[in-house]
Write a protein that binds this ligand. Structure first.
Ligand code: CA
Ligand code: CA
Ligand code: CA
Length: 190
């Protein structure tokens, strides 16, 4: 399960993994991050229902072995993937994140849920159209066989070939502030 993410500790310099480890163990001495701690860790407070659903989906995507906790390896694998992974690896991760019920396809309801939660967290993204219009536009563009669901191939190829969708997707999971938190949380004498 989850071992095909292609992201390992070796993807990072020792310095980074050391910093991430310090940060992780400071925030989470037990070494296992629960959903509650995960939200605290990423500074997610007072979430609306749809943003909470999105954060929960993100949590389960990090929790690759589905035991309800994020351990350090899962945390590093997810972060290094999001921050430095190849496009293909990232798209595979996004696809898993968006396919909320794990059916292997992204349907319109799943896409709508994601768009709404992204907008709740990043109000400026796609603000010029309604979530419904945006979902329609995505399906028009990348649901190649028109069956109302996005297969993994349609999703990865569609996103890669569309500059605007790629940018929106990348910005929706902009982890800059998380990286700043990670770097800012390291004591000077480390
Ligand atoms: Ca886990
Ligand atoms: Ca699905
Ligand atoms: Ca399709």
């Amino acid at each position: 399960m989850g071992n095909n993410s292609g992201a390992t500790l070796e993807d990072m310099t020792n310095c980074e993994s050391h910093q991430w480890y310090r940060k992780f163990m400071t925030e989470c001495p037990s070494g296992l991050l629960t959903y509650y701690e995960f939200k605290k860790f990423f500074g997610l407070k007072n979430l609306s229902a749809s943003s909470d659903a999105y954060a929960k989906t993100m949590f389960s995507t990090f929790d690759m072995n589905d035991d309800g906790y994020i351990d350090f390896m899962e945390y590093v694998a997810a972060l290094s993937l999001v921050l430095k992974g190849e496009v293909q690896q990232k798209l595979r991760w996004y696809f898993k994140l968006y396919d909320v019920d794990g059916s292997g396809c992204i349907d319109r309801d799943e896409l709508l849920l994601i768009i709404k939660s992204i907008r709740a967290i990043h109000p400026s993204l796609t603000a010029d159209m309604s979530a419904e219009d945006f979902a329609d536009m995505v399906f028009d563009k990348i649901d190649v066989n028109g069956d109302g669901e996005l297969s993994y191939e349609e999703f990865t190829e569609g996103i890669q070939n569309d500059e605007m969708l790629r940018r929106t997707l990348t910005q929706s999971l902009d982890l800059t502030h998380i990286v700043q938190r990670l770097q800012g949380g390291i004591p000077k004498d480390s």
